[in-house]
Ligand binder design. Structure first.
Ligand code: DSN
Length: 432
């Protein structure tokens, strides 16, 4: 029997079927992607999508909030517990508005903020000149030392901070394979009286599971995270803060204690309109899943798989930025390793069913659309149940594909092996 979607819009239905097949038959190795559970898909497709809820629980601009208020409060309480924060705003529509809401809450146009250089692993929203936020504020970018396992030199950072007197010191990354020394950032921020902000979008799930450091344990003021990467939820964002929860309808002075209120007011009415309540429902489910013991095992396995994948890639001749990984991702220097640009390697791996994405390497001389690297990660494959031996096989296929780059017969053989392997590990929410 046809589904309602199939009957009403067969074109869209067919595209969804195509995407399901692609996800089932291939390996998702983009470090920011994952698979949600059937329960999360159900919450995301629920009738909460019909509801407008501008405001916050108990303080809305529309009627009919009996269930939305309880839902948002549930998500907030779960987020606070999981991340050990005093407050959580679960309304950001995704990562960019989440970070924008923080900058717009703490800074005036032209104010100084420090963040990690994009080619060293920082995100576009961390002040890259092409972004609106990059133009609005005075960004000072710091770098890493990739030849020293990606170390950040805190003497250099302090010297920069003393010179530029930032109001905020931001750490966090989108393409950096190591953990961060939050205590080092906090020391520098305290010397110049700056707020501390960590964007842990990539590693939110690993922090929630306590397998990576939590910035709040080092005195950070604000932590932002998307909800769909290692946290394995719907696409969305959360802003977690220390401080005293106040009334978001009343303007308050910008102080550490007032951060929860200042941030709430910045998200709504400052930046966004109605929150997506169906997404908040799915975030609530995701947070509950992340509190279970199985989630900790998942997070531990993500790290073990990344170590196994990285070690095997290096053993077979790949050069990794910083020489390895301490988290869920790694960046292959594809030019140094194989004389292949990142775009070429991404395309080659697409052809054998391994999905990755091209990525800059530190101080990359090549342009962003064909940079010198490719980024890989283990969150999605680990959700499917792949373990270290599988990670090593995947490394083998990546190297074999590079070696057979002009041999279409061999590439087709690798594609068939990747498909057979992938089909043995079902994707949650997609019947096998
Ligand atoms: N697009 C995300 C990533 O792939 O890291 C971050 O925005």
């Amino acid at each position: 029997m046809n589904t309602p979607l199939q009957q009403e819009d067969p074109q869209t239905y067919d595209l969804i079927q195509g995407e399901k097949k692609r996800q089932k038959e291939g390996l998702e190795m983009i470090p920011s992607e994952n698979y949600v559970s059937p329960a999360i898909l159900e919450a995301l497709g629920s009738v909460f999508t019909n509801k407008y809820s501008e405001g916050y629980p108990g303080l809305r601009y529309y009627g009919g909030q009996e269930f939305t208020d309880r839902l948002e409060s549930l998500a907030i309480e779960r987020a606070k517990k999981l991340f050990r924060s005093d407050h959580a705003n679960v309304q950001p529509l995704s990562g960019s508005p989440m970070n924008q809401a923080v900058y717009l809450a703490l800074l005036q146009p032209g104010d100084c903020i420090m963040g990690m250089d994009l080619s060293h692993g920082g995100h576009l929203t961390h002040g890259h000149p092409v972004s609106h936020m990059g133009k609005l504020f005075n960004w000072v970018r710091y770098k890493t030392h990739p030849e020293e396992q990606g170390r950040i030199d805190f003497d250099e950072l302090l010297a920069l901070a003393k010179e530029h007197r930032p109001k905020v010191i931001l750490c966090g990354y989108t393409s950096y394979p190591r953990d961060l020394d939050y205590a080092g950032f906090k020391r520098v921020a305290d010397e110049v009286g700056a707020f501390t902000m960590a964007d842990v979008a990539h590693i939110g799930g690993l922090i929630a599971a306590d397998v990576m450091r939590n910035p709040f344990d080092y005195g950070f003021d604000i932590v932002t995270t998307t909800t769909h990467k290692t946290l394995r939820g719907p696409r969305g964002g959360m802003i977690l803060t220390k401080g005293k929860v106040g009334n978001p309808l009343k303007a308050v002075e910008l102080t550490r204690e007032n951060l929860p209120t200042v941030i709430d007011r910045s998200v709504f009415p400052g930046l966004q309109g109605g929150p997506h309540m169906n997404t908040i429902a799915a975030i609530a489910v995701m947070l509950q899943e992340a509190m279970q013991p199985e989630f900790k095992e998942y997070a531990q396995q993500v790290l073990k798989n990344a170590k196994a994948l990285a070690a095997e890639l290096m053993a077979q001749g790949a050069e990794l930025v910083t020489g390895g990984t301490d988290n869920h991702m790694m960046v292959i220097d594809s030019v140094a390793s194989f004389e292949l640009g990142g775009a070429e390697l991404e395309k080659l791996l697409d052809s054998v069913g391994i999905t990755t994405n091209k990525s800059m390497i530190p101080d990359d001389p090549r342009p962003p659309f064909n940079p010198s690297g490719v980024r890989l990660g283990t969150p999605a494959m680990t959700t499917r149940g792949v373990k270290e031996d599988g990670a090593r096989r995947i490394a083998g296929w990546i190297i074999q594909a590079v070696q057979a780059r002009t041999d279409s017969v061999k590439l087709a053989e690798i594609r068939a092996q990747v498909k057979e392997f992938s089909l043995a590990y079902p994707v949650p929410g997609i019947p096998s």
